[in-house]
Design a protein around this ligand. Structure first.
Ligand code: V1S
Ligand code: CA
Ligand code: ZN
Length: 379
């Protein structure tokens, strides 16, 4: 299998099935697949489609999804519908409820976004792409036996399992606001996958896991890294901390491939969020990881203010293609342009809504504690 060539121009592929944006979790639910259509329109309006390989993706098969999920759970998803569901049983046996409702086409939705991640993964494995992007994926909470936190099928675990057939070591990086618990749990006992999540943590914030002391067990000890943050973290401190942790992790773990989950709920002004990050800072984390020149699977995740989710993922698509988007107003040809008012710009200020509870002293202690953990990687 061929890997990155010596040229410094990456071959980028974009994996999307427009049908995925038509599913609805329900009128009051914060997860809006429509944000994926908005993202695609922005990417297209900036002509980024012209510089990448585009693939219309195919749904994952039942067998593919059962590489991680239990047959009982997948069969339940396949059979259930909003009209026939027994809510009491579904809630008790499969964690169905307000966070993870049964909606029309649920099974197709899960297989659609997972199929996109698997298509993106196979383009990396074959060496056709150096970087492959699926903004509809990154649903990091789903468990073997059931859904959690808006996530039904864990497309990340499925992709990593596939990568492990061809690559010795996979690094998973998760900059969603929430802890990447489903991925961490799936690889908690192996030293072939290192998981690293940055998230808000206070012991109760969903999913309530992800403190420092979760480091993996057995052979996997020290191969799970958690970076618990408080409300209101700002651009400079976040990016500095991110780089100072990821640099030693990458040099000691020496991954053969990187999977990055780019959840957009870590932006400021997110409907469910509590950080103060701007789009450029979030994008700087993606760019930094790209600078290591390893094959990379780039996924979406959370993000509950659709106009900012689509701005972010369009900006990151540009970053990954080494394209600098023009400053100033969004293109006039953009459909749904009214969503982006009143400023109609790519970079609204998202950075000053919430008081920063991360003191310099706290962040320094986080950094030191994690560097100590990472020191143990090489024996
Ligand atoms: N925070 C938060 C939040 N908000 C909701 C919610 C709100 C309205 C609805 F109609 C339905 C759900 N649920 C939550 C969180 C789950 C957050 C999931 C984040 C997912 C991700 O971004 O990481 C990846 C895509 N759930 C909870 O806090 C659990 C509850 C404890 C409170 C909310 N109720 C609805 C369920 C129980
Ligand atoms: Ca995270
Ligand atoms: Zn999230």
């Amino acid at each position: 299998y061929s890997q990155l060539t010596s040229s410094n121009v990456s071959h980028v592929s974009y994996h999307y099935n427009p049908e995925v944006s038509n599913y609805h979790y329900g009128p009051h639910h914060p997860m809006k697949p429509f944000r994926l259509l908005l993202t695609d329109h922005l990417v297209s309006a900036y002509k980024l489609h012209e510089v990448m390989d585009l693939y219309q993706t195919t749904p994952a098969s039942k067998e593919q999804m059962m590489k991680f999920h239990s047959p009982e759970y997948i069969e339940f998803l396949q059979k259930v519908s909003p009209d026939t569901v027994n809510r009491a049983t579904a809630s008790r046996e499969f964690n169905i409820g307000d966070d993870c409702p049964i909606f029309d086409g649920l099974y197709q939705y899960g297989s659609m976004y997972s199929g996109s991640s698997l298509d993106a993964t196979s383009k990396l494995i074959s060496g056709i792409s150096d970087i492959s992007i699926n903004w509809s994926g990154g649903l990091h909470h789903a468990k073997k036996y059931g859904p959690s936190g808006f996530c039904y099928i864990n497309d990340i675990v499925l992709s990593i399992l596939e990568l492990l057939k061809y690559y010795p070591r996979v690094l998973y990086i998760d900059i969603d606001l929430h802890h990447g618990d489903g991925v961490q749990e799936a690889f908690y006992t192996t030293d072939r996958v290192m998981t690293c999540s940055f998230h808000k943590y206070n012991g109760t914030f969903f999913p309530a896991t992800g403190n420092f002391n979760e480091v993996g067990i057995g052979r996997g000890k020290n191969f799970a890294v958690n970076v618990p943050l408080r409300d209101g973290i700002e651009d400079e401190n976040y990016v500095k901390l991110f780089k100072s942790i990821m640099e030693p992790i990458i040099s000691s773990f020496q991954p053969s491939v990187i999977v990055q989950q780019c959840g957009a709920d870590s932006l400021g002004c997110d409907r469910l969020g509590c950080f103060n990050l701007n789009i450029k800072a979030h994008g700087a984390c993606v760019k930094y990881i790209q600078s290591f020149g390893l094959p990379m699977l780039v996924l979406g995740g959370g993000g509950y203010t659709p106009r900012n989710v689509s701005r972010l993922w369009c900006h990151e698509t540009a970053v990954l293609n080494n394209v600098e988007l023009p400053n100033g107003k969004l293109p006039d040809t953009l459909p749904y342009k009214s969503f982006f008012g009143p400023d109609f710009s790519m970079h609204p200020n998202l950075g000053d809504r919430i008081e920063n509870r991360n003191t310099k002293k706290y962040l320094e202690s986080v950094r030191i504690r994690i560097l100590e953990q990472v020191r143990f990687l090489n024996g």
